[in-house]
Write a protein that binds this ligand. Structure first.
Ligand SMILES: NC(=O)c1ccc[n+]([C@@H]2O[C@H](COP(=O)([O-])OP(=O)(O)OC[C@H]3O[C@@H](n4cnc5c(N)ncnc54)[C@H](OP(=O)(O)O)[C@@H]3O)[C@@H](O)[C@H]2O)c1
Length: 385
């Protein structure tokens, strides 16, 4: 596991390479003094959260210092500002994900970075631009990276860094699932479990913008009232616990509020929870499974398939990215960043310093968090501000 002494030794070494600075990634790029990147010395090493074998994430991931090579041709040097810890990142390290990176690998699949230096023929970005990886497997839990400019995509730098860092997986998945399975129209209803997850929060906000109502299921929790309040602020119409949805009270409540049956179900839990999602679906509606947080197989009552002809579908964002153009992905991300800027979409985040990586990891694996853990890279190694 990451040793604090290595972290502090490496951070000190990085600090000595670049001038000390004050910069908070929760500020947008324009608010930060990006122009001064032009004049700063180039760091020669980075801190990376690396694993050499698959296994328990708290046992196999270690913070290491790695040298940064000279920039060639179309390469750029990027400084990571923020990167989330998503469930798929953990599954990937455990070796149970559909993508198995070659060893050794750096953890993290999404995050936002700023271009600090450009190679001799790099012309896609300017120093100071914000970028995100163009696909999974980049290894975003790091302070700096040297990358070919073609594996990076531009992202708006006038939104909070933690939002730019988290827009490309969970909000994009919510967007696709609301657009690609059923032609939703205002007044339609969507039902989902794991509603307080980052995907769930995005589904609520996006559906609300579309005039689509949402029934949201989450696990009972110590802070239930505040979670329900937050989801309603995002635009949730109904928020219920897994216990409530399986009780007779749910039937009574649905009768009283008079919502039509959902035309789309979204399942990221499985087991009993998927039974409850499928139970409420309208005839021939699909239940789309996109996650397996409960680590139980998807279950559906037999009668729902026979008598109501509901269908079971699956969704994987990586498949969508592979089968669509960079322009299509860029357009989707751009419409999501517009919504973030207009404060119509936000994900609750918990900022954790990368310098205390093991604590961040521990937080990310705790239940009932209600907020996505986002690693915030050490501000003292941002040059020039
Ligand atoms: N297929 C795709 O392309 C795709 C894309 C994005 C995400 N995903 C998947 O979507 C799911 C949610 O991702 P996220 O990043 O939005 O999650 P997140 O923000 O990290 O939140 C995790 C969610 O999982 C719930 N959860 C954790 N353990 C659970 C359990 N044992 N039983 C029931 N619920 C449990 C949590 O509920 P509590 O608050 O009650 O702990 C919370 O709602 C993950 O499975 C992820 O891999 C898939």
């Amino acid at each position: 596991m990451a040793s604090r002494s290595l972290l502090s030794r490496a951070a000190t070494s990085l600090r000595s390479q670049v001038r000390s600075s004050r910069f908070s990634p929760s500020f947008s790029g324009r608010e930060a003094c990006i122009v001064r990147f032009f004049t700063t010395p180039r760091p020669t090493s980075a801190l990376v959260a690396r694993y050499h074998q698959y296994g328990q994430v708290d046992q196999v991931v270690k913070i290491e210092e790695e040298p940064l090579p000279e920039l060639k041709d179309n390469e750029v040097l990027i400084k990571f500002l923020a990167a989330p810890i998503n469930p798929a990142d953990i599954n990937m390290i455990e070796g149970v994900y559909n993508i198995k990176p070659p060893m050794p690998a750096v953890g993290g699949n999404e995050g936002v970075a700023v271009i600090t230096h450009a190679g001799p023929n790099a012309n896609k970005f300017k120093v100071g631009d914000w970028v995100i990886p163009s696909g999974p497997g980049f290894g975003t839990w790091r302070t700096f990276a040297v990358a070919h400019e073609d594996v990076l995509e531009p992202i708006a730098n006038d939104i909070p860094a933690e939002m730019a860092a988290t827009v490309s997986v969970n909000p994009c998945s919510a967007y696709r699932m609301l657009h690609d399975f059923v032609p939703l129209k205002p007044g339609d209803v969507v039902i989902q479990n794991g509603a307080n997850s980052a995907v769930g929060q995005s589904v609520i906000a996006l559906a609300h913008q579309m005039g689509v109502k949402t029934i949201n299921i989450l696990r009972d929790r110590p802070n239930l009232d505040s979670t329900v309040h937050r989801l309603k602020q995002l635009g949730a119409d109904v928020v219920v616990t897994e216990e409530f949805v399986s009780s007779l009270k749910m039937r009574q409540m649905m009768k009283e509020i008079g919502l039509p049956r959902p035309v789309l179900g979204l399942n990221c839990v499985g087991g009993q929870s998927s039974i409850e999602v499928s139970r409420w679906l309208a005839d021939q509606a699909p239940m789309v499974t996109y996650g397996g947080m409960g680590r139980k197989p998807v279950q559906v009552p037999t009668g729902r398939l026979i008598f109501n002809d509901i269908s079971l579908r699956g969704f994987w964002l990586s498949r969508w990215v592979d089968s669509h153009t960079k322009e299509e992905r860029r357009a989707m991300i751009s419409s999501l960043t517009d919504m973030i800027r207009d404060q119509k979409l936000s994900i609750q985040v918990e900022r954790q310093p990368f310098t205390d990586f093991s604590h961040a990891l521990q937080r990310a694996r705790e239940p009932f968090r209600d907020a996505k853990v986002v690693l915030v890279m050490p501000e003292e190694v941002v040059p020039g501000c």
